[in-house]
Write a protein that binds this ligand. Sequence first.
Ligand code: TXA
Ligand code: MG
Length: 365
Amino acid sequence: MEIARAPRGQRRKDLNSTKSQGTGVGDAAGPVENLRPSAVSAATAEQIERAAQLLHAGALIAFPTETVYGLGADARNADAVRRIFAAKGRPADHPVIVHLASAALMPRWARSIGAGAEALAQAFWPGPLTLILPRARTVLDVVTGGQDSVGLRVPGHPVAQALLARLLDLGGDGIAAPSANRFGRISATNARHVADEFGDAVAMVLDGGSSRHGIESTIVDLTSGEPALLRPGAITVEALGRVLGSALRLPSSQSPRASGTLASHYAPLTAARLIAPHELIHALSALTKPVARIAVLARSVAKPMEFSGSWIDAPRESAAYAQGLYANLRTLDTRGADEIWIEAPPDGPDWVAVNDRLRRATHRQ
Ligand code: TXA
Ligand code: MG
C-alpha cells in the first residue's frame, strides 16, 4: 500500500490536533500508516478540516473541483508531490498545476505577472482557467517538471475553496493537483470514480458531488509575449480574447509541455471511434447480429429498434454534454464491448473543448 508520509515528529503533532470523526480515513489521532485508504468522505466542515490536516502532514487527498476531481498534495512538500506521480503512474517530468486559495497568492508562485495574467485572473478566477506563468525561484522542480514555468489556478468549487483556505491557515499556500485519474485515462468527475481509479493509494477522497463542467480547465500560456492556448476548456478562446483584447496564439513546439496535449489521452480502455452522425446511422444498419459487442454514445442519432448493445443518449447542448462526458465513457467502458462508437458532435466554438477530448479519447497509437 502506498502510504502518505511526513517527517515523524510533524506527522504525529499534526494528526494529534485532529479530532477523530468516526468516519472517513480511520482514527486520525493514530499514525498516518493506520488510515483506512481511499475512504470516500462527505465534504463536511469536519472532513475538510481533516483533509487539510492530512495534506499538511504529507498525505494525498482527492478533492472536488468544478472541472474534474484533483489528486492533491501540499505543493511545498517534494515527497508528497512525488507520491502523486507514483499514484498516477505519470512520467516524472510532467508539471502539475498549483491550486491557490486566491489570486493574491500568485506572487508567491510566479516571478512576473503581466497585465494579461492580471486581467484573466480578475475575469475568470475562481474558475476553470489555468495560467502558465514564469515560476518563482522557490517553486519545487517536482511541481514544474523542471521547466521555468508554473501552472496556477484558483478553483471555484466551494469544497476546494474551503480546503485551500484551511490549508493556508496551517501555513500551506498551494495544493499541487493533477486530475485524479491514472495517467492517460479518463478524468474522474465524481468521488466514486476517483476511488475506482486509485484503490488504496489515496488517504482520503472528499466527496463534493459531480463536477459542474466535467472537463479539465482551459490552459493559457503567458510565458512569452503572446498568450497561447495550451488546452481548450469551458472558458472559450473567444472569451479569453475579449478580455485580453487580442486573439490567442495556438500552441507551437516551443510551448511548455502539457500531458493533456498528448495525442492519446483521456482514453477509455475499450477501443473508441468518433463517427459522423450519418455514418453512424449507416454503420448501425450494417451491423450483423448479434450486435451486443458495440457500445454507442449517441447525441442526435436514434437507437435502432434491433440494436441490443449498450446505448447512451448524451445531451444535445455542449455544456451538459461535457458535464456527463467522462462518466458516460466510463459507463460504456465497463460494458464488455469490442468498440465504443461516439457520434461526433458539431463543430463550432462551444464544442472545441469536447471535440478536443473526443479526438484524444479515440486516437489510436
Ligand atoms: O481542471 C483542471 O485543470 C484539473 C483540476 C484538478 O484542476 N487539473 C488537471 O491537471 O487537469 P492535469 O495535470 O491532469 O492537467 C494539467 C495540465 C497538464 O497537461 C500539465 O502538463 C499542464 O497542465 N501544466 C501544468 N503545469 C504546467 C506548466 N508549468 N507548463 C506547462 N503545462 C503545465
Ligand atoms: Mg489529467
